[in-house]
Design a protein around this ligand. Sequence first.
Ligand SMILES: NC(=O)c1ccc[n+]([C@@H]2O[C@H](COP(=O)([O-])OP(=O)(O)OC[C@H]3O[C@@H](n4cnc5c(N)ncnc54)[C@H](O)[C@@H]3O)[C@@H](O)[C@H]2O)c1
Length: 487
Amino acid sequence: MARKAAIIGGGVIGGGWAARFLLNGWDVAVFDPDPQAERKISEVLANARASLPALSDIPMPSEGLLSFAGTITEAVEGADYVQESVSERLELKHRVFAQIQQSAPNVLIGSSTSGFKPSELQERAANPGSIFVAHPFNPVYLLPLAEVVPSPQNPPEAVERAKDILRDIGMFPLHVRKEIDAHIADRFLEAVWREALWLVKDGIATTEEIDEAIRMGFGLRWGQMGLFETYRVAGGEAGMKHFMAQFGPCLQWPWTKLTDVPEFNDELVDLIAGQSDAQSGHHTIRELERIRDSNLIGFLRALKDRNWGAGKVLRAHDDKRKAALHAEGKIGDGAPLVMAHLRVLPGWIDYNGHMTESRYLFAGSETCDNFLRLIGADMDYVAGGHSYYTAESHVMHLDEAKLGDALTGTVQVLGADEKRLHLFLSILKDGAPVATVEQILLHVDMKAGKSCPAAPEVLAKLMPIAEAHKALPRPEAVGRHVGQRKS
Ligand SMILES: NC(=O)c1ccc[n+]([C@@H]2O[C@H](COP(=O)([O-])OP(=O)(O)OC[C@H]3O[C@@H](n4cnc5c(N)ncnc54)[C@H](O)[C@@H]3O)[C@@H](O)[C@H]2O)c1
């Protein structure tokens, strides 16, 4: 049975949490008195549906059920976890915790607060030990970080349980060991923000020039190595000590105005808002969100390919879900197996605006790889010296796929023996094929460089699937040759 999360406060952040839980198979009940909350959440959810599945290399779980509750009591009933994301006002958060704990005294309550310490949140609570900070980053459905900040009042096992729940929805819980205002990440963001305000106020740079300074250079480095690892590399062969000796003294120079705050008057606000309009006003916020999301997917996919940084979290999440998928003993009774969900990304589009030819085969190969993982011919198996090699593929291009289209890859086993695997892959858009790929794969002893029987444990998973698929209708396209007329 699906687990249930209650989301209290459904704005930018609450909507992101709702989407992340739902797309990871949790049921979600939202409470937010704003009459616009349902519309706002559906927009965030649409963005999440269009992006998050593109990070996964195995089928996403079935989406959970979304409901909107009329009261906090209704929302938290039967909830395994509560995430509070109401506006950043301490007295409001206290009121909300009191209402939650009246109905569900022991449920774990993560707070999205950007600045309050957990001990402040816990003041006067009926059960302070179940309230802690779980601070996410926008867009919550794509960025894995959640700073988990407990106070000494939180039992360690409750904190571990919360971290497990966050991992279950693909997040990276960073355990902040000592509570502090604004946790870790927002301290940096505030420092950078403060510095940027001075640069604009003093007429040194516009908002656009500041953004270029970040996104053309150090912002790219930070996204993959962070601060210290980046500086270690910057120190060259002599490393971190050399770097510190070189750049340490300049900390004493008046490079920054970090400790001073510029006066936040109308003049400064108008100056920044005006420059920001000139920079980005030709896009709506929804457009900017979609641009941001597709860029993030590109970055995150690159990191996933390299098993580095946030990409490692994505891989670990896939591995965990893969184990669950295999445990189901899925064989696809009565229908081909759904093995991949893909999203057509900007780099897949060619000059005529459609998905480029090679990506149809790529989609087939992702689908096939997931099937091979399902039967146990995964990376560990390859490391042991055995693999399936593709001997032949026949791709039929049946329809156009465009940027952002959601594609599903299915596998039908046409035949299998100890050494050979005959597959029919369909790449579907809205249930209809945009391409099919018929493939013959050979099981290979990689060291010997020749075919050999697959391991018994692989055959034990493969053969029941092949047997079940014998009952499926044989696709018309099987056995086609190039140039044959379509019937
Ligand atoms: N915006 C960000 O980038 C960001 C990032 C991380 C964390 N946060 C934190 O997340 C929390 C929410 O921020 P946001 O940006 O989503 O704000 P928001 O204004 O978009 O959303 C807040 C929502 O809370 C609702 N609300 C108000 N009173 C309520 C009540 N009594 N019960 C239920 N809902 C209620 C409002 O109607 C609104 O929809 C804050 O604590 C903030 O510090 C924000």
